[in-house]
Design a protein. Structure first.
Length: 953
RNA sequence: GCGGGGGUCGCAUAGUCUGGCCAAUUGCGCCGGACUCAAAAUCCGGUCCUUAGUGGUACGUGGGUUCGAAUCCCUCCCCCCGCACCA
């Protein structure tokens, strides 16, 4: 049977048995695991598969630990990408249509994709199909899509936001967005021809008072106003004079338009030439001096405000501009400037940038050998370096008055706020780089009024959320510091948008709730999703949600919604049974947004008993060590992989790709060979059903103990979601031991063979469920393997293992010696076990050992020597010396326990003579050192407890 | 720059928290052998150097702590992820 057929068979059986349709059961502990729903603008890929596999393995593992498990799944459709993509299809854009074609969609289907709803129908269905074929243990009855396309969910989100508003978790503010002036719309990343990732950046607009107007200059470094020496304009450029509010401003020609979008009242008055400004003097903000306007080449009337305030101490551009002008009296003459006056302008030190000094810009320019202001590349680099350096290391000098001694980072905010308060500056936004919209227009920044924010920066709310985090179980432990950091750093989140799919803000139809904000507590919705599914919009009253998810009155809810009160109570009970969720499995990229948001919203919406119990985070899947991407050609959808390799191979190899926070690395070569391994296991199980001897063999006990020990370790690993470790132990390591067992015992014992098969089957069931089910049934067992207990084992009894370790060690040593000696066909091999007195010596050493296992040599020698036969006294001293100085350190602490019980080495090795003979095909002799032939004396002396001397000939 | 995670024997991974059973796990690859007319599959053995075994070197670099360091501390170098309004 090919893997797909086998998998289909078991998937059908699971479905028929309704194995994953979870219902509350009061007599059983529950376990609720979930994972963030995927965004539905494409098929599920290997990256999704990894996270969902982890959730599925937990789900299956917990079922085997006798938990009543709920694992639901849903689909995210909120936001702009689907709408934007649909719009592109509608406009017939080639790139978008090709992308869909590449996914294997038919032409007719693609046509329908001009409607966003079609996306939300097609992809969820396909995702369900893919995940079913992947063998996930999901309760599909509870699935849903988000947005207003699903009225019950829509109602749930409206209910949530009403509660958030009432609880004062929402605040209003303004917010800068990227704006297309042509289309008059917000421009997200997917609406851009170029400039992806560019965002609005805050500048401080400084106002320089002149006789009847202000010059306007934008700066990113308001704290440097203390060092202003002059202004720069583009002498060849043209500027605009405009009335802004009650003042008259001079600025670049494009700026009035931008100012309007940023909430200013602007009326253009006329033009003014840059050259007319040169030589004029203006009152500089903060320093209260008049400074002169000078011409520069780097200053461009079309960028920003077109006017720059000059701080030569800390800006390489400004410094170089000044030097250039001071080096050229002819230029000064050309612009009608007083050369004397120009040369008198000098940089003013305002902040200490550590090793860069208090006048870093002049220093840098000289060091870099910058000749003039047209060396843009060097100057740009110098500016970047200096900007970061000063920001991180700079301390304001005494001359800066109220910010003296403060780090630049703090001073910047203080100075900015003060200037704004005094009316000497305003906030202004520019983009971090040029952005061109799909509608072929250059984008600008617009300030949105009335923007709603979730107030994640609220101290009180954060405190409660931190408390919630404290009680949570995090996988891996390492993730905690990351979460702690995020919670204290998280800022307010703009939670509504002007466009895109989603739920409308209940109290303002013009806003749609944003996609990271409508997905914070929906795990609660899973508990009753299958009941709410059929309700109509009129029934979806606030009171109903209050009654199910809170302490709302069920009678009132029944009256308002028309749902029977008993039903509502049942739903509430189901919510209370499953909630809170025990584990949410996600990629690590969601720590800083989604998972943290989810935690915040839980503390806002629910009581402490409903706060999340666990987060598990994992890395991003790499393929052959490289990031998966369509352009690299290493992009795999879940669907193509399961149909190529089968679900279990994909699960097995993904599980083996990694665990913890590291990026898991999926290897194709392993996927190619893993199928064979699974198949081999099946044939092994089939072939060995009921086989084995009924007589006992000394080695049986050893293997039983090994099985228990491996199972014990695997169970502990699985408990911490380390399923790779678990699989390695059970599927790779245990079989190694089994091989050894077979080598030693020829035929396994019937009960032990059965136990071995059972342990491996149950152990790998969470990872490769189809193979495990098949093997379970092949081995003659009844029922689903999923209903069996996961093997737990126990810690091994070392005494039962030591003897076999001796045989193993001896075999390895013998092999090593033979190969080094170059003997292919030995005639005789003699194992010379340590004499009694060496054992005694070791025991005595064990008794004398301190807590670290250390032994004082002198003390040991004096204690042991009397017990050593006189003929061996010299050897004895040598042995003790070596034992204490060499062996004990390498054996490690607690070395004594290994030797505590003296095993009869001669007997153990003698019992294994047949075994050794079968391997080396020669005479095997075991002797005690006391009886060894004198011809072997030099070897004999090497013997020590558990490490016999070996003589080959 | 800030925050987080890393750098291990061809490749990939375990080990690091809790220092010594660590020349170091496991998979892939490679080499040799068995089986076979042959191949595939499977099985056995090997895969740092040296050596009739318990010796040397080695876990990014350079120091330190310790009887003892892949593991703890410090320096430096390098790689990955995030720094948001985007799902």
């Amino acid at each position: 049977m090919n893997p797909q057929a086998l998998e289909k068979k078991w998937q059908k059986k699971w479905e028929e048995a309704r194995l994953f349709e979870s219902e509350p059961r009061e007599d059983q502990d529950k376990y609720f695991v979930n994972s963030p729903y995927p965004y539905m603008n494409g098929y599920l890929h290997l990256g999704h598969a990894f996270t969902y596999l982890r959730a599925d393995m937990v789900s299956r593992y917990q079922r085997m630990k006798n938990k009543n498990v709920l694992f639901p799944f849903a689909f995210h459709c909120t936001g702009t990408p689907i709408v934007a993509a649909a719009q592109r299809v509608k406009e017939g854009e080639k790139g978008q249509i090709n992308a869909l074609k590449q996914m294997g969609l038919s032409k007719t289907l693609i046509k329908t994709f001009s409607k966003p709803e079609e996306w939300t129908k097609h992809f969820p269905d396909k995702a369900i199909e893919d995940l079913k074929k992947f063998g996930t243990s999901i309760d599909w009855r509870r699935s849903f899509i988000t947005t207003s396309l699903n009225p019950p969910y829509d109602g749930f989100i409206r209910w949530q936001f009403n509660k958030l508003l009432a609880g004062e978790y929402l605040i209003k503010g303004t917010f800068p967005v990227v704006w297309c002036p042509k289309r008059e719309t917000v421009v997200g990343d997917h609406d851009r021809l170029s400039g992806e990732g560019e965002t609005p950046q805050e500048y401080t607009l400084l106002k320089f008072k002149g006789e009847d107007h202000f010059l306007i200059a934008a700066t990113l470094r308001p704290e440097t106003v203390f060092g202003q020496t002059n202004l720069w304009v583009d002498g060849d450029g043209t500027y605009t004079k405009a009335k802004v509010g009650n003042e008259t401003w001079v600025m670049s020609q494009k700026m009035p338009f931008k100012l309007k979008l940023q909430g200013h009242k602007v009326k253009e008055l006329g033009k003014i030439q840059g050259r007319d400004l040169i030589g004029q003097k203006y009152m500089a903000p903060q320093i209260g001096n008049e400074i002169i306007v000078l011409p520069s080449k780097f200053c461009d009337a079309s960028i920003g405000s077109g006017i720059v305030t000059s701080v030569p101490s800390d800006s390489p551009d400004d410094y170089q501009g000044l030097v250039d002008l001071q080096n050229s009296s002819s230029d000064c003459e050309k612009w009608g400037l007083d050369y004397e006056l120009v040369t008198s302008v000098q940089p003013i030190a305002i902040l200490d940038s550590g090793e860069m000094g208090t006048l870093p810009a002049p220093k840098l320019c000289k060091e870099l050998g910058i000749k003039n202001q047209t060396q843009r590349k060097k100057l740009e680099q110098a500016k970047q370096d200096l900007y970061m350096h000063s920001f991180n290391h700079g301390i304001m000098l005494d001359s800066t008055e109220y910010v003296a001694g403060k780090p630049v980072e703090e001073a910047r905010e203080i100075v900015k706020d003060k200037l704004i308060e005094e009316g000497k500056a305003v906030i202004y936004y520019e983009l971090t780089g040029p952005v061109e919209s799909r509608w072929l227009a250059d984008c600008v920044v617009k300030i949105v009024d009335n923007q709603w924010f979730l107030e994640y920066s609220s101290e009180e709310w954060t405190k409660t959320t931190e408390k919630a985090l404290e009680t949570m179980e995090l996988y891996p432990f390492k993730a905690r510091s990351q979460f702690e950091y995020v919670l204290q750093w998280l800022k307010n989140w703009a939670c509504v948008r002007e466009k895109g799919l989603g739920t409308k803000l209940p109290w303002d139809d013009n806003w749609v709730i944003e996609s990271l904000s409508d997905s914070t507590i929906y795990m609660a919705y899973y508990t009753v999703a299958h009941y709410l599914k059929d309700l109509n919009e009129k029934q979806l009253k606030e009171s109903l949600f209050d009654a199910i998810f809170g302490d709302g009155n069920t009678k009132l809810a029944a009256e308002e919604s028309g749902v029977k009160q008993a039903e509502i109570i049942r739903w509430r009970n189901e919510f209370n049974y499953w909630y809170p969720y025990d584990l949410r499995v996600s990629g690590k990229d969601l720590i800083q947004n989604h998972l943290s948001f989810s935690l915040y919203n839980h503390t806002a919406m629910f009581g402490e008993d409903k706060w999340p119990r666990g987060f598990a985070v994992n890395g991003w899947v790499l393929v052959e060590g490289e990031k998966m991407s369509k352009s690299k050609g290493n992009f795999f959808t879940l669907k193509e992989l399961t149909s190529k390799y089968g679900a279990d191979v994909v699960r097995f190899t993904l599980c083996n790709a990694g665990e913890g926070l590291d990026d898991p690395n999926w290897e194709i070569s392993f996927a190619e060979t893993a199928g064979k391994k699974l198949k081999n296991w099946l044939s092994f199980v089939k072939k060995n059903k009921g086989k084995g001897r009924t007589t006992t063999h000394p080695i049986d006990t050893w293997f039983r103990e090994i099985m228990a020990s491996i199972a014990h370790q695997a169970n502990a690993a699985s408990e911490r979601l380390k399923f790779r470790t678990s699989t390695r132990l059970l599927f790779f390591e245990l079989p190694q031991y089994f091989k050894w067992y077979i080598q030693r015992a020829d035929e396994p014992h019937v009960e032990i063979l059965k136990e071995y098969i059972s342990i491996v089957n149950r152990g790998i069931a969470p990872i490769v469920p189809h193979t495990a089910e098949e093997a379970w049934s092949l081995s003659g067992e009844e029922d689903f393997i999923l209903n069996q207990p996961f093997p737990e084992g126990h810690k091994p009894d070392l005494n039962l293992i030591t003897g076999e370790d001796l045989v193993k060690q001896t075999l390895e040593d013998t092999r090593a010696i033979l190969s080094i000696a170059g003997i292919d066909n030995p005639e005789e091999i003699v194992f010379i076990v340590a004499p009694e007195w060496k054992w005694n010596a070791v025991h005595t050493a064990g008794e004398l050992a301190d807590s670290r296992g250390q032994v004082k040599l002198a003390q040991l020698i004096s204690g042991v020597m009397p017990t050593i036969p006189s003929e061996s006294k010299k050897l004895g001293a040598d042995f003790l010396k070596k034992w204490v100085l060499k062996d004990i350190p390498s054996l490690g602490p607690d070395w004594q326990s290994k030797y505590a019980q003296q095993v009869d080495e001669a007997e153990i090795l003698s019992a294994s003579v047949d075994f050794f003979t079968s391997i080396f095909n020669c005479k095997i002799t075991v002797v005690n050192a006391d009886q060894a032939k004198s011809s072997m004396a030099s070897k004999t002396n090497q013997s020590s407890p558990l490490r016999p001397a070996i003589f080959v000939s």
